[in-house]
Design a protein around this ligand. Structure first.
Ligand code: NAD
Length: 431
């Protein structure tokens, strides 16, 4: 009996949607890396589909007595190298395809720094600023219960992302533990230090941004101590990266966030700005700086630009205005592929998110290891290990970029995707 050959597998419709959104951008990045995968290209479609995507209804009673339903997600993109790992985002614009892309970038990032994780991400479509503390806690706990069927210390380990923090991780850990009947500190990372969190985790992503920034600056002959820095987003990532660059002597000349943008040619007083943001919630209204239009931020004369807010901020409409010599992607997916091409033509070096912001997950890995052994390391030890991993990973990626004459983004994808697909090949298909 002769068999009719199966047609080449095509992507399910929900994976094809949103071509210009983050998932579409991720698919283009996989297209770019495919020619460099050698015999592993046989497995490449693994990267074009999330392993598992869960949509959950999150009903809670609001303080006014009404019942409100939120939409939540948890996506495990790939678990070939270990349990899923990636943050949880609370934002009014969260969509399934955005979470799929963020999960996929976690697979790449975790492989790029060679921590033994796959990639995952979660989120709730909500503006948490509209909730009371009680509502926020109830929503977090119900969401954790709903995704409890797929998370766990050896299955999938959430962490903070935009608008989620140590308190939310504490509620997630407690909810999961109550459901399991045993305290499971290793189910989330980014917890408070008094609850199994790691010293150094709060600053880890910004420290990683700073570390790879210094490494790259040395290679292109840029003096960090006299550099002018512009930062978009002054939260966990942008605030810490800005502080570390300022401590190294650089001038942070401009900051933009959701509330406004500020500028000071002589350099902003970063510690004072951090205090202001802590109280006011935004850089807007900071007394010791000139307020500028939010869009004027992209025209600021600077040497290093750090996008550390959200996706798709550097686009074909503003990429030609950027004056920086180097861009360090603190945020996930801040540069569109069209903008990437413009920046490449203009000889502006882009340190891609998948290596530049990997410091957070690296220290999350340390936290998880410490939780399993119930033995905790000093902050100096953590920072030293973090810096070593970031430097080594960056050096290997730089070499691949030089050898193949490709961008650092493609080089990072080459290193990471080969690791993921090699693991896939070794494990084989079951059953
Ligand atoms: P955060 O909530 O602490 O801060 C977010 C910042 O972005 C705030 O300053 C906010 O004002 C600003 N922002 C929000 N919307 C904006 C807009 N439309 N325009 C300009 N600014 C805007 O979040 P975070 O943890 O610092 O995360 C920032 C980015 O870094 C995200 O892309 C996140 O996925 C990524 N990231 C975070 C970590 C981590 O450890 N926190 C790790 C890796 C990557």
């Amino acid at each position: 009996m002769s068999h009719t050959p199966l047609p080449t597998s095509t992507l399910p419709s929900y994976l094809q949607a949103d071509k210009l959104g983050p998932w579409g951008i991720y698919l283009q990045q996989i297209d770019r890396v495919e020619p460099y995968l050698g015999h592993l290209a046989r497995w490449v479609d693994t990267l074009r589909r999330p392993k598992r995507a869960l949509i959950v209804d999150v009903p809670i009673q609001l303080d006014n007595g009404t019942i409100h339903h939120f939409e939540g997600y948890r996506v495990q993109h790939n678990t070939s190298r270990g349990p899923g790992k990636g943050g949880v985002r609370f934002h009014q614009d969260v969509t399934l395809s955005e979470v799929m892309a963020l999960a996929a970038w976690m697979s790449v990032k975790n492989a790029a720094v060679n921590v033994p994780y796959g990639g995952a991400k979660g989120g709730i479509r909500v503006d948490p600023k509209t909730l009371s503390m009680g509502e926020l806690e109830r929503m977090t706990r119900r969401y954790t219960s709903e995704i409890g069927i797929i998370i766990g210390p050896t299955k999938d380990i959430p962490a903070p992302d935009v608008n989620t923090n140590e308190q939310i991780m504490a509620w997630m850990m407690d909810t999961y533990s109550m459901n399991e009947g045993a305290t499971a500190t290793g189910v989330v990372t980014g917890k408070p230090v008094d609850l199994g969190g790691s010293l150094g985790r709060r600053d880890a992503t910004g420290r990683g941004v700073f570390t790879v920034g210094v490494e790259a600056a040395q290679r292109i002959g840029l003096d960090v101590a006299s550099a002018r820095i512009a930062v978009q987003g002054f939260g966990n990532v942008g605030g810490v990266a800005g502080r570390l660059f300022a401590e190294a002597g650089a001038r942070v000349v401009a900051v933009q966030d959701h509330g406004g943008a500020i500028f000071r040619e002589a350099g902003l007083d970063v510690p004072a700005l951090l205090v202001h943001v802590g109280k006011a919630g935004s850089v807007a209204g900071f007394a010791h700086a000139e307020a500028i239009a939010r869009d004027a931020f992209w025209d600021v004369d600077c040497d290093i630009l750090i996008p550390a807010a959200l996706e798709q901020q550097i686009t074909e409409t503003n990429a030609s205005r950027i004056k920086a010599k180097m861009i360090i992607e603190g945020a996930n997916g801040p540069t569109t592929p069209a903008a990437d091409d413009i920046l490449h033509e203009r000889n502006i070096l882009v340190l891609p998110d998948v290596i530049a912001n990997a410091g957070g997950v690296t220290v999350s890995y340390f936290e998880w290891v410490q939780d399993f052994s119930s033995y905790f390391w000093s902050e100096d030890e953590i920072n030293a290990r973090l810096v070593r991993i970031m430097k080594e990973a960056f050096a290997a990626i730089w070499q691949v970029a030089q050898d193949n004459k490709v961008s650092l983004r493609t080089a990072t994808f080459i290193v990471a995707c080969k690791r993921i697909l090699h693991a896939r090949e070794l494990r084989g298909l079951y059953p």
